[in-house]
Design a binder for this molecule. Structure first.
Ligand SMILES: C[S@@+](CC[C@H](N)C(=O)[O-])C[C@H]1O[C@@H](n2cnc3c(N)ncnc32)[C@H](O)[C@@H]1O
Length: 392
């Protein structure tokens, strides 16, 4: 596979990082060696590379976010994104009962902004914030950051590693969580759909076809008659995720924000290498076998499939729109004005942040918002220009 921008090498990595990557490579190659066919599905490889105990990318404790890490998410770049999400939560929720659950909270940046938005607007007794974070390292990092907020609302945050069993009434948020879920890969070989797996040649991981795999219905429907070599991804576990989420959500709305496409664009013939990509120190590449455990591996979200999973689990899909339209609908202009009141440096920084969030060439169009509700109907200003029909 070609690497689009591999201007870095293993020499750029610290000895500690290399040692961890070696241990993780040994763990994964041993698992491959223990299989009958000497190959594991790609989603298993991705799961170990990102989440293996103490070694995986999201759990090992290296810097992931921001300038010193590998990528910058919207909540990391300033308060605008979080204030607009908080605005949407305020519109949905009764001010006497503001309950928010955030999945995969990263450094805690979004929670930080949302808490500061509600501080002074509502009473502490009427506020609850839960974070569901599978990475022990990241939840520790979130606790340290959020303990520094000067607001009594921050005392109401609770942490969980998976959905708790008690029911939830409120707004749930998942920003850039679904793109971090392990994906299967499928390709057309000699006119047939085959699953791609990962083997080990003694030095490197290599792609290998898995024989006798079960091809998901969506992949069969979309890829039949596609050209030789066409490759794509599918995150099967999103269906299971919604089934589990359903046990937790008693009444409320889930806001999903992520990069991705509807079916028609996800399976476009031009996207013949799929959407798999990796981030290492802000360099984009398409080689998941480079520096295993030290770089992010991600795929774009198929929002049509995600909506299908939500519907099958009993949710309604109420809204789908671009990030730009969602933020503008949630008073982005007002928040830009408020945050720009300092000196010209503040105004410049906020303008740059706004441009990054809404320009079509940056995050404005490629990132989408989707709202899934359960037993709660609400008008949401973020979805005033609702493109739900595009989901198919
Ligand atoms: C790309 S980061 C995004 C972090 C943060 N939401 C942000 O926007 O900065 C992905 C996050 O999702 C978490 N994650 C992955 N799978 C998850 C799951 N099934 N449930 C909850 N969080 C998950 C990761 O541990 C990590 O915190």
């Amino acid at each position: 596979m070609k690497n689009s921008d591999q201007t870095f090498s293993l020499q750029d990595i610290s000895p500690k990082g290399l040692e961890r990557s070696r241990k993780l490579t040994h763990l994964i190659s041993s698992e491959i060696g223990a299989t009958r066919q000497q190959v594991i599905p790609f989603d298993r490889f991705m799961s170990l590379a990102l989440y293996a105990d103490s070694l995986g990318y999201y759990v090992a404790g290296q810097e992931i976010f921001g300038a010193k890490g590998d990528f910058v998410t919207a909540p990391e770049s300033g308060d605008l994104f979080g204030f607009c999400i908080a605005e949407q939560c305020a519109e949905i929720l009764d001010e006497n009962d503001v309950a928010i659950t955030e999945f995969g909270a990263g450094t805690g940046a979004l929670a930080d902004t949302i808490i500061r938005y509600f501080d002074g607007k509502i009473s502490v007794d009427n506020f609850n914030y839960s974070i569901i974070e599978p990475s022990p390292h990241l939840s520790q990092r979130q606790k340290i950051r959020l303990s520094k907020i000067n607001s009594r609302l921050a005392d109401k945050i609770k942490w969980y590693t998976t959905c708790p069993s008690e029911g939830f009434f409120g707004v749930a948020i998942a920003n850039e969580v679904f793109d971090a879920m392990p994906a299967k890969r499928f390709t057309i070989q000699r006119g047939e759909i085959k699953e791609l797996g990962v083997a080990y040649d003694g030095e490197n991981f290599i792609w290998e076809i898995i024989e006798c795999s079960v091809i998901p219905e969506l992949i069969r429907d979309q890829m039949s008659n596609y050209p030789e070599g066409y490759t794509t991804e599918h995150v099967e576990t999103q269906g299971i995720w919604f089934e589990q989420f359903k046990k937790f959500m008693k009444r409320g709305i889930l806001l999903v924000a992520d990069y991705g496409y509807v079916n028609q664009d996800f399976f476009h013939l031009d996207r013949c290498d799929g959407t798999l990509r990796c981030y290492f120190k802000h360099h984009l590449n398409d080689n998941p076998f480079f520096a295993v455990g030290l770089q992010d591996i991600t795929t774009s979200v198929n929002f049509s499939y995600l909506a299908e999973c939500a519907l099958s689990a009993g949710f309604a899909v109420d809204g789908f729109t671009s990030q730009a339209k969602f933020l503008i609908g949630n008073k982005l202009g007002d928040h830009i004005a408020t945050l720009s009141v300092g000196d010209s440096v503040d105004a410049y920084r906020v303008a740059q942040e706004a441009k990054r969030l809404i320009l079509p060439s940056q995050m404005g169009e490629s990132f989408k918002f989707m709202a899934c509700s359960y037993r709660l109907e609400k008008n949401m200003s973020g979805f005033a220009d609702n493109e739900r029909f595009r989901l198919g």
